[in-house]
Design a binder for this molecule. Structure first.
Ligand SMILES: *Cc1c(COP(=O)(O)O)cnc(C)c1O
Length: 359
C-alpha cells in the first residue's frame, strides 16, 4: 500500500536529546522549547513567536486576545478543517462563512468585502492545504476596514508569498504540528506576530495570566497552559532544519503528477506566481464526469491511499443546521477534490499505474 503521508522524523534523530531530557528530568519550559520558539521566529521572519499545544488552541488564544466573544462576527474561509470555525463558535462569536476561489481554494476578496459588517471583529484567512495565494488582497481589505487578520496557517509552515514566509504576513499567524502536517511534533502549534501589543498580551495569557515582578509571579489576568513540552520541541527543531529541502522535493513530485493528470482533465490546486507552496497536501479537482468517492475506493483497491481535499465548513452538519448558509464553491470542492500521496522516494510508477487502472 502506498501511504498518503510520510513522517519526516525518525527516532535516531531525536534519541540523544530525548535521553538528555529524561536524564535531567526537565520536561517542560526548558532549553529545547526556547530554541524551537526562537527558530520558528527566525525561520518565519516574524518579530515574536510562541508555541502552543495545537493550531486549535493557538487560534483560540488569538481570538481571546482580540477580546472576541458574544455578539461578534468573525469571517472565515469556508474550505478548511472544521477547527477554523469551531474556535469562533467556542468563544461565543458567530462564524461568517466566506466562499473560496475554485482554483486556489482560498477566500475570495469580493466575498470578504460583501460580508463585512459593524460586528466583524476579525478575519480568519486559511492557507488551504498550505497555499497562501491571495492573502495579499485579503490583507489589503482588512487594513482598509481596520479588521485584524488571523492567518490559519495550520498547513503552511514552509510556504511563502512574495518571498515573505507564512508567519510574517498577517497580524497573527497560527501553525499546526499535527502528524497530518509537514512538520510534526505529535500534537503542537505556534503563533507568530509582528505586533508588540499582541505579543505583550500573549506573554501574559500563555503564562497563566501572570507577569514577573521582582522575581515573583503576579497573576494579573486569566490565562492558559497550552505549552508544548520539551520532547515535542526537539522533534520540531530537527524537522525545521530540513523543511526547505522537503518543500523542494515535494514540488518536484507535484510536477510529475501534473504532467500525468493534466491531460486526463484533472486540475491541480492553483498557486499564484509569487507563492512558494509547501504542498502540505497535493490536491487535484477531478473532472466533472469522475465520481471522486468511487475513485478513492478504486485507488485503495489498487493499493494507493488517497483522501478528499478538505471540508466545506458551512456544509458541516452543525454549521448547516445552525446557520443554513452553504457556500457553493466550497461545497463543490468538498465533493470534487482528491488528495494524492506526494513525497520524495514515492514509487511514482506504481502510483501512476494505480491511477490509470482506477479511471
Ligand atoms: C489541521 C488544521 C487545523 C487544526 O490543527 P490542530 O493542530 O490539529 O489543532 C486548523 N486549521 C486547518 C486549516 C487545519 O488544516
Amino acid at each position: 500500500m502506498i501511504k498518503l503521508i510520510k513522517p519526516y522524523i525518525s527516532f535516531d534523530e531525536v534519541e540523544k536529546e530525548f535521553r538528555e531530557i529524561f536524564e535531567s528530568g526537565w520536561f517542560t519550559k526548558g532549553k529545547f522549547v526556547e530554541a524551537f520558539r526562537e527558530e520558528i521566529k527566525i525561520y518565519t521572519g516574524a518579530k515574536y513567536s510562541y508555541l502552543a499545544t495545537s493550531a486549535t488552541t493557538a487560534l483560540t488564544v488569538c481570538l481571546k486576545i482580540l477580546k472576541i466573544g458574544e455578539g461578534d462576527e468573525v469571517i472565515v474561509s469556508d474550505f478548511s478543517f472544521p477547527a477554523t470555525a469551531n474556535v469562533v463558535e467556542d468563544v461565543g462569536a458567530r462564524p461568517i462563512f466566506a466562499d473560496v476561489d475554485k482554483a486556489t481554494f482560498n477566500m475570495l476578496p469580493e466575498e470578504l468585502e460583501k460580508k463585512i459588517t459593524k460586528k466583524t471583529k476579525a478575519v480568519i484567512f486559511v492557507d488551504a492545504l498550505g497555499n497562501p495565494s491571495g492573502i495579499h488582497e485579503i490583507s489589503e481589505i482588512c487594513k482598509k476596514y481596520r479588521i485584524p487578520l488571523i492567518e490559519d496557517a495550520a498547513c503552511s509552515i514552509g510556504s511563502s508569498e512574495n518571498s515573505v514566509r507564512c508567519g510574517n504576513i498577517a497580524d497573527l499567524t497560527c501553525f499546526s504540528f499535527h502528524p497530518r502536517k509537514l512538520l510534526t511534533t505529535g500534537e503542537g502549534g505556534a503563533i507568530t506576530t509582528n505586533n508588540p501589543a499582541y505579543a505583550k498580551i500573549l506573554d501574559v495569557k500563555l503564562n497563566h495570566g501572570s507577569i514577573l515582578v521582582d522575581g515573583k509571579f503576579d497573576f494579573v489576568d486569566v490565562g492558559y497552559n497550552y505549552r508544548l513540552p520539551e520532547l515535542q520541541a526537539v522533534m520540531g527543531i530537527k524537522q525545521l532544519k530540513k523543511l526547505d529541502q522537503i518543500v523542494r522535493e515535494r514540488n518536484k513530485v507535484k510536477d510529475r503528477y501534473v504532467d500525468l493528470l493534466n491531460p486526463l482533465g484533472f486540475k491541480a490546486q492553483a498557486v499564484s506566481a509569487d507563492v512558494l507552496h509547501n504542498i502540505q497536501s497535493l490536491v487535484f479537482v477531478v473532472p466533472d464526469e469522475v465520481d471522486r468517492d468511487n475513485l478513492i475506493l478504486k485507488l485503495k483497491k489498487n493499493n494507493v491511499e488517497t483522501t478528499l481535499g478538505t471540508y466545506c465548513l458551512s456544509g458541516c452538519t452543525y454549521f448547516k443546521n445552525k446557520y443554513q448558509d452553504i457556500q457553493v464553491n466550497s461545497q463543490y470542492l468538498n465533493a470534487k477534490t482528491l488528495t494524492l500521496p506526494c513525497y520524495d522516494g514515492l514509487d511514482f510508477t506504481f502510483v501512476k499505474e494505480g491511477i490509470l487502472r482506477s479511471l
